[in-house]
Write a protein that binds this ligand. Structure first.
Ligand code: KG4
Ligand code: ZN
Length: 340
């Protein structure tokens, strides 16, 4: 078969993104228009504002992605879009626009699960990676440990029982006055702190060794901050950031390695916004090296939301001839492994 070019569109949260990817692995363009500056003043993403911003820029973002790829619509093999999970308004902007493009250009439409997109980001930066492998997906909305048995085939091994890892980062960052988005700010602040300064809890779920829980850790940080306030002690923000991060990383790496041992897996990948965290990347790399497990991670720009990962995941649907029609709708609470 000749080369397959796919346009991928992503608008599930606060990034309007479009990319053209060749054969699921080679980026021709990857345009990301972030709304972070707009939402920073509110301390988090405001869904209604996010929807409006997506509408304002999506046409230019797609146009720019085609221009940078040096391709016209007729050379595309498919239009792919994230249809869930995510914020319903933002998702609808991408889904509606992708449907219009597919109809107007007479191209197949491919509906992509956002988390499948995060996993597929690994195929772009690790050309040799093929299933089966285990993958830890850690983002603002999700914390999943999955066994990727084949392209587009997943078995969920563990998940968070409450907050997602990125959500915990964002909430703790707000509490220690670092603001939004919390993940990158804590990552940076922690570099100047002592990860052993404060011992925060590492939650383990009874009976389910691969599940996660971060709300207790978040409460513990809040209690620590309150007790410092009551005693009139100044808080060392860098120490709190480093100690909180150490607790998150310990649990993520611990459960991941338990799963790798149980499944006898020799390949382990990470994905999602939190996968760009420097401490997590380092700890995971070391833990995998100790066990002679191949470690895979996307470059930081492909960890956070982007269109290339959507086009990358869609390639395997194109190969299977798995297309959507114009009745495609946004599904805000779409589960992993569920196809609608
Ligand atoms: O994957 P993503 O862009 O969007 C979702 O699908 O949720 O992930 C965003 C999340 C946010 O919670 C953000 O704080 C976190 O990823 N994040 C990080 C880092 N960069 C982004 N968390 C920790 N360290 C980072 N360097
Ligand atoms: Zn995401």
């Amino acid at each position: 078969m000749s080369d397959a070019l796919i346009l991928g569109i992503e608008s599930s949260c606060d990034e309007t993104a479009a990319a053209v990817v060749k054969n699921g692995r080679e980026i021709m363009s990857n345009v990301i228009c972030s709304q972070i500056d707009t939402h920073t003043i509110y301390g988090g993403v405001v869904p209604e504002i996010a929807s409006r911003k997506h509408i304002e820029v999506i046409v230019q973002v797609v146009r720019e992605a085609l221009k940078q790829a040096g391709t016209g619509p007729q050379e595309l093999d498919a239009v792919a879009v994230t249809y869930g999970p995510g914020l319903v308004g933002p998702l609808l902007v991408g889904v509606s626009y992708a449907k219009a493009l597919a109809y107007g250009w007479k191209k197949p439409l491919i509906a992509v699960h956002h988390i499948e997109g995060h996993i597929a980001a690994n195929y772009i930066d690790n050309k040799e990676l093929e299933p089966p492998f285990l993958c830890l997906i850690v983002s603002g909305g999700h914390t999943h440990l999955v066994n990727v048995t084949d392209y587009g085939e997943y078995e969920i091994i563990g998940r968070t029982m409450d907050d997602a890892a990125g959500e915990a980062y964002d909430k703790v960052a707000r509490a220690i006055g670092l603001g939004y988005p919390g993940g990158p700010k804590i990552d940076k602040e922690a570099r100047g702190g002592d990860p052993e300064a404060i011992v925060f809890p590492r939650a383990h779920i009874d009976g389910d060794e691969y599940d996660f829980s971060f709300s207790g850790l978040k409460s513990s940080v809040l209690n620590y901050l309150n007790s410092c306030g009551m005693k009139g002690e100044t808080v060392n923000t860098a120490d709190v950031a480093a100690s909180f991060q150490a607790a998150v990383v310990d649990v993520l790496v611990g459960n991941s390695m338990k799963a790798a041992e149980k499944y006898g897996s020799k390949k382990f990948a990470i994905a999602g916004g939190v996968a760009s965290n420097t401490a997590l990347r380092k700890a995971m790399e070391e833990a995998c090296a100790e066990r002679e497990i191949g470690f895979y991670r996307p470059s930081p720009v492909l960890c956070t939301d982007n269109g290339a990962m959507i086009a990358g995941a869609a390639y395997y649907d194109l190969m299977k001839g798995s297309f959507s029609d114009l009745s495609l709708n946004a599904i805000p609470n779409l589960k992993l492994g569920e196809r609608v």
